[in-house]
Design a protein around this ligand. Structure first.
Ligand code: GDP
Ligand code: MN
Length: 477
């Protein structure tokens, strides 16, 4: 049996890997613009859903038979195609994880890229203690997921204890473009002779990693790319071969790095590629990559984005990311293994299958509503899972009404109904719920809900009708 089982598992894993590869290339995605803070423009990565493919051509709604066999699926789309206007206004984050500078530097260090030792701290006292231990001069650096910290006063050199205290107290709590600084990184200050730039990102259109290098570092690289593009060397890496030292030397030479540091720069580039490929990063950027007066090459800053779809390969990445600034509901959802993304609106959404949830967001938006979240309850949602999901949705105080959109396949509508009843008994929500149950055991599900006669719960038969009703309820609330 074992010999039969294993290939099956391999196949499944391959399929999962294919599915996890995420969305198709985005037009207009600019190299260098994909880092933290850049608008993502992408929707959630593809994952298998239990939703049947929607017919390509929209046909007018067929009148439904009064009673259908349990479990039959009505494939008629319930709303017109996005012919005249773009459907969704709602954008979901891609599944990615942006690292703080010091976390990126720790990954760099593991792959042999030179960085300064330091310490992350969250209080002024700890900052002073760390500075005293490291030895002056030190640099005090705000750890926030946004660039341009230096210009915003988030990077300061301190020559002694008094200065370290002053800078730490100014920087802790500092608002940098909407990001509140909760952690500062203290490292021994480096002497700088020259500032270079290096990065590797995935060039989706070329289907290859793209290495970029410039001797114009320490400034915004977009400016270099626009004003002096000849100073930004771009080199595609063959992912099957990796970045060879010879290639790296050519890049450093073409980029006109100083003769005596060509080898040092090449070593740094090779190490950066090792970080990118082995840690499953989608972006690894060093700005500035410095040359010290004694001609050492060193990463003074780090901007790393990891591909969240590869997280299963890196249990050690679990504690990375900006947990101090993470949304508490998203954190809780992640712990429970639920795909939840907080959005700006006031209509809580639950559906089963990412595709169905996306369409639900679209239909709600089309009816003039704004979704408060994306929540995919997944296939086979049982009562306990539904209750958990309701708790997550209601944890967002902005929610004024909730739409449950369940298309029963593996998920049984009667189970969802029972979950909802259990959740209501416990949580006693004060906001109205619109529940659309369709598919496996939908008749039973609606009967269970009817018998329970929950206050403030409205059953709907179509997605369109449900969306219309929930928008009206949210506006009236
Ligand atoms: P960013 O502004 O968010 O990109 O933060 P960086 O870490 O890149 O720091 C901004 C600038 O501060 C750098 O370009 C350097 O010029 C300067 N800087 C940072 N660390 C040091 C250091 O150890 N020594 C010196 N002399 N300057 C530093
Ligand atoms: Mn920088």
């Amino acid at each position: 049996m074992r010999s039969r089982g294993r290939p099956g598992r391999v196949r499944t894993e391959r399929r999962r890997a294919r599915c996890a590869r995420g969305p198709p290339p985005i037009r207009g995605e600019r190299p260098g613009a994909g880092g933290p803070g850049a608008p993502s423009g992408t929707r959630m990565g593809g994952r298998p859903t239990s939703v049947p493919p929607v017919a390509r051509v929209w046909r007018p709604r067929r009148p439904r038979p009064a009673r259908r066999l349990i479990g039959t699926r009505d494939r008629t789309p319930t709303h017109p195609p996005p012919a005249s206007r773009p459907l969704t206004t709602t954008r979901l984050r891609n599944h990615r994880m942006d690292l703080l500078e010091y976390q990126g530097k720790q990954l760099f260090g593991r792959h042999g890229l030179a960085v300064s030792d330091g310490k992350p701290v969250t209080t002024v006292e700890d900052a002073v203690a760390a500075a005293n231990e490291i030895g002056y001069p030190v640099v005090v650096k705000a750890q926030v997921l946004i660039g341009g910290r230096g210009k915003a006063g988030g990077v300061k050199l301190a020559a002694n204890e008094d200065e370290a205290r002053e800078h730490a107290s100014n920087i802790l709590g500092l608002d940098i473009k909407g990001h509140i600084t909760r952690t500062v990184w203290i490292e021994h200050a480096s002497d700088i002779d020259t500032e270079y730039y290096a990065s590797i990102l995935l060039d989706r259109s070329a289907k290859k990693p793209l290495l970029m290098f410039s001797i114009e570092g320490g400034v915004e690289i977009e400016t270099v790319a626009e004003e002096t593009p000849e100073k930004l060397i771009k080199h595609h890496i063959d992912p099957l071969v990796g970045l060879t030292r010879e290639e790296a030397i050519k890049v450093a030479t073409d980029g006109k790095a100083a003769d005596d540091v060509i080898e040092g720069v090449a070593d740094a580039l090779v190490a950066l590629y090792e970080v990118w490929i082995e840690e499953d990063a989608s972006l690894a950027e060093i700005n500035p990559l410095i040359v010290t007066p004694d001609r050492k090459v060193k990463a003074l800053d780090a901007k790393v984005t990891l591909d969240g779809n590869a997280a299963f390969r890196h249990p050690d990445h679990a504690e990375l990311g900006d947990s101090a600034n993470a949304d508490p509901i998203e954190v809780k959802a992640a712990e429970q293994g639920v795909t939840y993304v907080k959005l700006d609106g006031d209509i809580g959404i639950l559906g089963n299958g990412a595709g169905l949830v996306m369409s639900t967001l679209d239909v709600v938006a089309q009816h003039g509503g704004t979704p408060a979240n994306f929540l995919d309850a997944g296939g086979g949602s049982d009562a306990a899972k539904v209750k958990q999901a309701v708790e997550l949705i209601l944890a967002n105080e902005n929610v004024k009404a909730v739409l449950f959109n369940i298309f029963g396949g593996i998920t049984r509508c009667d189970e969802v109904a029972n979950g909802l009843i259990a959740a209501f008994e416990d949580l006693k929500p004060s906001v109205p719920f619109v529940v659309r149950l369709d598919g496996t055991n939908d008749v039973q599900g609606r009967e269970i809900l009817e018998q329970a006669a929950l206050p403030n719960v409205y059953a709907a038969k179509t997605m369109d009708g449900a969306a219309e009703q929930v928008v009206a309820l949210a506006k009236g609330a």
